[in-house]
Design a binder for this molecule. Structure first.
Ligand SMILES: Nc1ncnc2c1ncn2[C@@H]1O[C@H](COP(=O)(O)OP(=O)(O)OP(=O)(O)O)[C@@H](O)[C@H]1O
Ligand SMILES: [Mg+2]
Length: 321
């Protein structure tokens, strides 16, 4: 488990992390999303001890991340694999050697049968067995990131930290890399922390997410809770414009979860014997669940009956002012 309590971090007079408290459970895929400059990378670098922080505590499985304790920090870092937007592969090494590199760094022999088996297994896991001898320049972006993932796993980490790991990839390749991460999480039980500015990443794989703005966590929860019914700041981040809505009558937004996918709307029209218009709606995928929202416009006289009906049917709603 990764636990941050009241963490504060400044670069000179610039306060970059302002009282951050979050806890990430073992085996979870956790996202940190926010605009450029929000402090996401800094937060990640504080967790793996590449940056110091001035106040608060960060612990990983109960062990304090303390940059003054060089030996303790090295041991913690061994448990944390890291992948980046720009892959950070060494061009003078081939794929196999790039994956083996952390072993060399740790003084682990790479020519033993166990080491060879492990590296080959990881190359197989990321689908690159046939590219073992290729140089990074001969690979596509998605393949480079696969190499970086294999390299990050070679020391059997408990945690994988991903900083904008898919930001340089196109949507289809992003989905493939995210599926690979999800598969690693499920089969190897590795906790994954992803830092991203892409909502798609969070929607596809994260179980929980924090929204970071100006060094503060403004919202935390399941992605569906954060994005379907967003607070003002998240809405601004998503750049959702307020949709055009009728100026007469009452606009009601309904929120659907996988459990309320019944045809509530048509049933309501029939049962209450009323007419209303549908203004807009959307469906979104979160991991494997579909969630949606719909805005309807009803006349003032029907408002109470409609809200009562929605309440009775357990549909979440909000009257848009
Ligand atoms: N080494 C540093 N020295 C001084 N200021 C820094 C340093 N690293 C980051 N900053 C500042 O800290 C703030 C947060 O930066 P950070 O890189 O954590 O943001 P981010 O959320 O990862 O942004 P992006 O999405 O662009 O990667 C920025 O204002 C940045 O200029
Ligand atoms: Mg960053």
């Amino acid at each position: 488990m990764i636990e941050l309590q009241h963490v504060k971090k400044s670069f000179g007079s610039l306060e970059v992390l302002k009282d951050i408290s979050i806890s990430i459970q073992k085996g979870e895929i956790y996202g940190i999303i926010g605009q450029s400059g929000a402090g996401k990378s800094t937060l990640l670098r504080c967790i793996n001890g590449l940056e110091t922080y001035q106040e608060g505590t960060i612990t990983v499985d109960g062990v304090l991340v303390d940059t003054k304790d060089a030996k303790g920090l090295r041991n913690l870092q061994k448990d944390m694999g890291m992948i980046f937007q720009n892959f950070n592969l060494l061009e003078r090494l081939n794929v196999y050697e790039n994956v083996a590199l952390p072993m060399k760094f740790w003084g682990i022999k790479t020519n033993t049968p166990e080491a060879k088996e492990k590296i080959n297994h990881l190359l197989d896991l990321v689908g690159l067995s046939d590219k073992k001898n290729a140089r990074p320049s001969e690979l596509s972006g998605g393949q480079k990131q696969r190499v970086a993932i294999a390299r990050a796993l070679v020391l059997d980490p408990k945690i994988l930290l991903c900083d904008e790991a898919t930001s340089a990839l196109d949507p289809a390749i992003t989905r493939e890399i995210l599926s690979l991460l999800q598969n690693i999480n499920e089969t190897m039980g590795i906790t994954i922390l992803v830092v991203t500015h892409q909502m798609e990443v969070v929607k596809q794989i994260c179980q929980r997410v924090s929204f970071l703005k100006d060094g503060k966590v403004l919202a935390e929860g399941k992605p569906e809770d954060l994005f379907i019914h967003p607070i003002k700041e998240v809405k601004a981040f998503l750049q959702e414009e307020s949709e055009m809505l009728p100026e007469t009558g009452v606009n009601i937004q309904l929120f659907f979860t996988d459990k309320s996918s019944d045809p509530v709307i048509t049933m309501m029209a029939r049962e209450l014997n009323i007419d209303f218009s549908i203004c807009w709606g959307k469906l979104e995928d979160f991991r494997s669940n579909v969630y949606g929202s719909l805005v309807i416009n009803v006349s003032e006289k029907d408002k109470e009956a409609v809200l009562n009906y929605l309440y009775q049917e357990n549909v979440a709603w909000e009257v848009l002012e």
